[in-house]
Design a protein around this ligand. Structure first.
Ligand SMILES: [Zn+2]
Ligand SMILES: [Zn+2]
Length: 134
């Protein structure tokens, strides 16, 4: 795996480097992710806490997940690109798959909230399906 790997936002104001190997790659079909993405789901690369070093300014806001843990969503204040979500409870950080400079070496392994997936979505054939986030 090409560690470290780099990425950034659409306008170039925010760049990051991740120093550790990803834990897994997740598609999330929850209603929050659909609204934020403006699309049917979000793909996130789960990496260990503190493994992402960001240059440039991020804006963030915090919401509560179904399990009561906080989720801090970070985005570029200029172009609005979602960069990463910090997940409380030692789970790690979810980096937006589409912000990696090269994501060709990663593909989703798990689908969260498959129960909320849009009816016109065909879930990936080789992923583990979870009806919620647990
Ligand atoms: Zn930007
Ligand atoms: Zn979600």
């Amino acid at each position: 795996m090409p560690i470290p790997f780099n990425g950034g936002c659409h306008c170039g104001a925010v760049r990051y480097v991740c120093l550790e190997e990803p834990i897994t790659v997740v598609n999330c079909h929850c209603e929050d992710c659909q609204q934020i993405a403006g699309s049917a789901f979000i793909t996130g690369v789960l990496v260990p806490e503190d493994s992402v070093k960001v240059s440039g300014e991020l804006r963030s806001y915090k919401v509560e997940a179904d399990n009561g843990n906080g989720i801090t969503r970070n985005f570029c204040p200029i172009c609005g690109t979602r960069i990463m979500v910090e997940l409380e409870g030692g789970i790690g950080v979810g980096v937006s798959y589409t912000t990696l400079d090269d994501n060709s070496w990663l593909e989703p392994a798990i689908e969260f909230y498959s129960s909320k997936a849009q009816p016109w979505i065909n879930l990936c054939s080789n992923t583990e399906k979870r009806t919620d986030m647990t």
